[in-house]
Design a protein. Sequence first.
Length: 601
Amino acid sequence: MMFHKIQLENLTTCENLGQGSFTKIYRGIKRDQDDDECHETEVLLKVMDGSHGNCSESFLEAASIMSQISHKHLVLLYGVSIKENSIMVQEYVKFGALDIYLKKNQAGGKVTASWKLEVAKQLAYALNFLEDKKIVHGNVSAKKVLLAREGDTASGSPPFIKLSDPGVSLTMLAKEMLIDRIPWVAPECISDPKNLALESDKWSFGATVWEIFSGGTMPTSALEPLSKLQFYQNSLQLPAPKWTELANLITQCMDYRPSWRPSFRAIIRDLNSLITSDYELLSDLAPSELPAKDGFWGYITGPACQDPTIYEERHLKYMCVLGKGNFGSVELCRYDPLDDSTGELVAVKRLQQSSAEQLQDFEREIAILRSLHNDFIVKYRGVCYRLGRRSLRLVMEYLPKGCLREYLQKNQERLDHKRLLLYAWQICKGMEYLGSQRYVHRDLASRNILVENETHVKIGDFGLAKLLPQDKEYYVVREPGQSPVFWYAPESLSDNVFSRESDVWSFGVVLYELFTYSNRSQSPSEEFLRMMGLDKPMPIICHLLELLKDDRRLPAPPGCPAEVHGLMLSCWAFSQSKRPKFSELGPKLEALGDSRSKVRG
């Protein structure tokens, strides 16, 4: 299971917020020490009840899933403490569960038809994200939807919700607990919980939308267990709302035939159409209930975000350090201009020191990343700076699974050769695009590849990247400084010459890292140092260059297919002209991946 472990001594319980089916819930404080500075973050603590020990694994599995995904309408999981009881540490969402909020605000004009529609759309966006990732939530209901911002109809500010973790899987629940969750649990899961699938979430969504528009109440809540079962056995439906189009959508979601339920992409389309097709219906309501002119998107692009690439420092809320290098660090932050925890999660790179030369190099890195647009290269978001001071930060997309090197080490048992070849192909395609833009990376290594999810990696860290001169196909570095020499081609070691061909050499080393699962004892540096021995006084670079001239190369990783090792060796041809191009490597890797599929089939 993958999640960040948090020390119990770094958590403080502040307020008891109640109890769930398997957990006790508290508001608390998480403390992080970074150098001489202590950061405190308000969090929600979900403490697993010790009497449900048999459900702990399912509880931690939910935490593992939530820790590996990131979406603005999903609650952020900071990590888990497992020293005593299992504790899930989540972001604290200000206004709590939606069902309670709806019940408290039935009157007063706060919760209008357009308000409810906006909430339903945001929930659909969260579930569409999970559906794209092929992740089943399995416990969708209004009590699992948390309200981060109330919204203000008069000013055009919409509400903002976040879907919480699913908790213990319904496949672990006793029959009576499943029946108690009717009508949120899909009928097929009552007959057999193993039927839990993506289609089940669509049923639950339909029930939750009905709940939202009914003000947080559900007519089946007061029924006896037998009556609830009969509700499903007789294929009954919840009472149809007066809004015909909405009623039709709920009926489609709650179809007793799972395969007939619409995708969340289609659901979102239908929800968006309700704003225009039912404008006449909405206009019969009080003026305060009319939807904002441009709805949610009009708000997002409003005055608060006039230039989406300029991030104000005061709105960057620090969360934790993602990584540190020789010259800078990368932090996880929430960009939160409304100060209500509704902002996006971003990765922010900043320099540890900022001399004029370092600042110039950093500005060059930012300019390079800003110009790149490819599915396999980390996305540029913007910059943050303070006028009058030498402080510049690069804001990038946040990829929750971290760097490829650590991901390989932690997940070796789950990653077969087909998956490794997929990563290799994606890196290759990213590098092919980079070369087409006349850039050389100069620091291609598994530590600089980021993992978006189990099937998608992206090239990151362009701190050493260079733009090739228009009249040359290589770049000569005048001051090499601290360089990743064990990933470097011979011409880079001897003459500081870098080109697309030297990036191909480094790609060969990345292939080696993939098929050794970045095992520390087999790392490129460890292998080459073993070859060198300890009896020769010459500098490492000189000794490494001698090894390469003698055709000494990294060994074939244990269990590595001969064809893959052959590709590595072709990348490590001493002569630049004999190395393959990325455009040639891509199809070969794709063909190898396909052949692995056929072998397994």
